[in-house]
Ligand binder design. Structure first.
Ligand code: ZN
Length: 148
């Protein structure tokens, strides 16, 4: 089974705010989760980046191909989640970016995405004390949620 048997969560609290210009988006999201003891949650956000790095997962090779965008772009949407991987809060996020022509690009958020402005909304969730854990699934090569 690839999904937790108890998929029902309660919202513990909602955090909303802004990240400083110049920070690395994924690293700051990860630090934010750790600093606020968020082991399980939903992440959303909008804003703009100075540059961005996203991944495209090659399913045959089982690895991310890195795609770099070297200029300013809008963050049209970021959506993701927080769960536990290797005993620590882990952020998995996807991002849609828009250029000045209104074209959209996106992918799996990677290190190297530099914030110009980022407004976040984070829903901290709980599942009756249970945690949502990731572990390596050999078939896909990805760290997926395990059943518990
Ligand atoms: Zn992803």
């Amino acid at each position: 089974m690839a999904f937790p048997e108890k998929p029902c969560f309660d919202i513990e609290r909602v955090l909303m705010g802004r990240f400083p210009s110049g920070c690395d988006l994924l690293r700051t999201l990860s630090e934010f989760a750790s600093d606020n003891d968020i082991n399980c949650g939903v992440v959303m956000g909008i804003g703009a980046v100075k540059k961005a790095c996203v991944g495209f997962y090659d399913q045959m090779r089982k690895r991310y191909e890195r795609i770099e965008f070297c200029g300013e772009m809008e963050i049209l949407n970021l959506t993701g989640n927080i769960s536990i991987k290797d005993g620590k809060p882990f952020v998995h996020a996807h991002i849609i970016l828009g250029d000045r022509m209104g074209r959209s690009f996106g992918g799996h958020l990677l290190d190297g995405t530099e914030v110009f402005v980022f407004e976040y909304k984070v829903f901290q969730l709980n599942r009756g004390g249970g945690t949502l854990q990731r572990e390596l699934e050999k078939e896909s090569g990805l760290y997926l949620w395990k059943a518990d």
